[in-house]
Ligand binder design. Sequence first.
Ligand SMILES: Cc1ncc(C[n+]2csc(CCOP(=O)(O)OP(=O)(O)O)c2C)c(N)n1
Ligand SMILES: [Mg+2]
Length: 570
Amino acid sequence: MRVADAVGQGLAKLGADTVFGVVGSGNFHVTNALIAGGARFVAARHEGGATVMADAWARTTGRPGVVSVHQGPGLTNAMTGIAEAAKSRTPLLVLAAEAPEIRSNFHVDVAGLAAAVGAVGERIYSPASALADVRRAYTTALGRRTVILALPLNVQAAPVVQHGEAATIQAAPRTYPAGPAQDAVTAIAAVLRGSDQPVFIAGRGARGRAGRASARADLERLADACGALLATSAVAKGLFRGNPWNLDVSGGFASPLAAELITGADLIIGWGCSLNMWTTRHGKLIGTGATLIQVDDDATALGAHRPVHLGVVGDVAETARAVADALRPDRAGEPGSVRHKNEGDGGSAGTAGYRSPALRERIAREVRWRDVPFTDDSDGQRIDPRTLSIALDDLLPAERTVAVDSGNFMGYPSMYLSVPDESGFCFTQAFQSIGLGLASAIGAAVARPDRLTVAALGDGGALMGVSELETVVRLGIPMVVVVYDDEAYGAEVHHFGPDGDPLDTVRFPPADIAAIGRGFGFEGVTVRSAGDLGPVRDWLAGPRERPLLIDAKVTSFRGSWWLEEAFRGH
Ligand SMILES: Cc1ncc(C[n+]2csc(CCOP(=O)(O)OP(=O)(O)O)c2C)c(N)n1
Ligand SMILES: [Mg+2]
């Protein structure tokens, strides 16, 4: 047996059951061996797309994604997706064929490319070590790292050296960090007891992952015990869906009420959340005098973006459980069980906190963006993106996955389209690349075929990633692609326009993107006003035989505030 076959079969045994990629000569055998081992192979049209699909699949399932690429250009084409995955700590294994001969036209420095974008460079070194190398790479990926595994062509072609490894290769162990230190739990409990207006912000680390649920239930129980309000970073949007104290996303996408309540917090606890410039609006959402606590299973994340008063290394769910136990009323008087400031004699442990019946009502009435009044800019020729998004929110089934590309438009779907839970929102934005949204939607759709997937794109991102429209059609995914089409790189137009700079480089003539979609096999609809949404309604009614592309010609009178936040980050 060739090493290539043993690697593919070994990976299938390790648990790789869905593989994305573009096949060339260098990854042909390893990909076929994966398929022979039982994996599903999803062919993309561009390696950038394949990598983002695998990344989105991993985010949606909580399991490591696998992508297979050809040597040289196959890998360089994948680099943007690899950078996104690495910055997002997506567990991802990139199988990259490698031309080991330095004079080969295909040769690239694989380890150098990996290091350049924060991925881990791995390789199969020899026929004797290959299976151990694969296992090590897969295990590293499981620890939420993006790994490029170089597969040198000469090693792939050699006969495998059996040490009995092929027979013994088995699922990699799943290790999770131990619980938090007891003194840290006591300290969090003490601070919570003294807080009147606590807010929890849950991030990526609170989402579910391989083999275990999200931290939602444990965070809710603790929040109930101390009266905290609940918010998330953008990547965890949907985590607290349905909770009456849910403020939705903290950061640029926060609604006015959410921003007001987060700013009013006297204590903010980031749970698996880096409290970065997005989530805090460059710190503006953190009130002066507010205490900051951060809980993360990765010690290097603590204080990485802003100083915190208390940083705790621990798994989010376990830490929340331990703190809730420490807050139990029957443990009052124990170390850390300081009585809550709001607590009357005999009151239960801090249940008032930030919560009052009046606030609950206000949250129900005002916290959603779609309930914030606005002046509709639609003019018959172009639809206001807010009006469009609200109409789609009403039309689309609740069981949906929303994947969002980057650009000026990106807040509209993120803020106005609700999602059923955190795995219903796919936000591949850590590298802020445009053009990833469609592939994200495909990966998420493969992971959750039970939900309607909605890809929300700008015209720039849609045309950059256009080749994967064919993948949607070929896979028979009943997806809705909605293009917020302002015929421009709106982000640049709005950023530079006010300075009077020439904008010819960032404006484009009208493109009939609905016709482009039809060319790929989509049903295509052009929407200029709410009255044009009839065909969308018809498509949703079924049978949804082809995917649907909505080219929404949107108004674009002003830049968005979340975009200005983004430009401040450069
Ligand atoms: C790969 C890549 N190239 C360029 C940029 C710079 N950029 C940021 S937003 C944007 C415009 C995107 O246009 P579109 O998708 O139409 O969205 P809009 O801003 O118009 O809403 C560009 C070019 C980027 N982020 N990523
Ligand atoms: Mg645009």
